[in-house]
Ligand binder design. Structure first.
Ligand code: DC
Length: 256
């Protein structure tokens, strides 16, 4: 807390003296440091599963008043639709015929035939299915169009595996979050348990490693650290700590 004199509130003139009254304003140092961020940035956050991307992207978008785009939820939505239809359609036919809609207010929501399937897409079997169906060019191109359309005017935080390398390679700020695999598995395990998908930690870790391998070794848009990205190892740092690191980069890059 600091103290400083503020504006003159009254001036009294007497025949032999002049009394000037000041109002004293107490001010909070935090208030003084309040930063106004630009409203039009494109910010990407990529990395393997369990690195904390979703949590951080959500917190960052709330802090900046930006739209949060969880691209993983979009791949999960397509994988879920594919599993649901099971009527020998090719992926091309499926993408032409399905009615899939995404909503980006807060959490990314997925609607299939107008039904909210945002919870169902989080099931562990959909994680693996999304990891394999996302290897198809036709799926990626379909979703790129949507992602680029929403993000093109800025004011967005995109989170995924290729948002800074392929979707918006010229984004204003690109982050790559990573963490030690033990910690990533523990985080995924907690996240899944909280959503009612209880699985043993060892199984979660095994599936996570398999998915990381698929996502990094695929031919098309593999998980890589995008050129010019800021690498942050989140091992042992809580979400608030990671968020403050990102915000520091956002201000020091001169984008406030
Ligand atoms: O982030 P997530 O776990 O919800 O993503 C599910 C899968 O979707 C992931 O294993 C790979 C795929 N994915 C992708 O290929 N590209 C992205 N930008 C986001 C996700």
């Amino acid at each position: 807390m600091g103290l400083r004199t503020g504006r003159i509130i009254s001036v009294k003139a007497h025949w032999n003296s002049l009394t000037i009254c000041y109002i004293l304003i107490f001010f909070d140092d935090k208030e003084k440091q309040r930063v106004t961020y630009r409203k039009d940035l494109i910010i990407t956050i990529d990395g393997p599963s369990g690195a904390g991307k979703s949590t951080i992207a959500k917190m960052l978008s709330q802090k900046l008043g930006y739209t949060f785009i969880d691209t993983g939820a979009m791949y999960r939505g397509v994988a879920y639709a594919y599993q649901k239809r099971k009527n020998n359609e090719t992926m091309e036919e499926l993408l032409k015929n399905i009615s899939i809609r995404f909503e980006f207010s807060g959490e990314t929501k997925v609607f299939l035939d107008s039904i909210d399937v945002s919870k169902e897409i989080r099931a562990p079997e959909i994680s693996l299915l999304a990891s394999s169906s996302s290897q198809q060019k036709i799926v990626r191109e379909h979703l790129y169009k949507v992602q680029r359309e929403i993000g093109k005017d800025g004011g967005v935080v995109l989170e995924g595996r290729d948002t800074g390398s392929v979707v918006f390679p010229n984004a204003h700020l690109k982050f790559y979050l990573d963490a030690h695999s033990e910690e990533r598995a523990k985080r995924r395990h907690l996240e899944l348990s909280a959503k009612g998908n209880a699985e043993a930690l060892a199984k979660v870790k095994e599936e996570m490693i398999q998915r990381d391998k698929n996502d990094s070794e695929r031919d098309i848009a593999p998980l890589v650290m995008p050129e010019g990205a800021i690498h942050i190892d989140t091992t042992g740092i809580n979400a608030a700590g990671v968020l403050s690191i990102l915000l520091k980069h956002i201000t020091t890059k001169g984008v406030k």
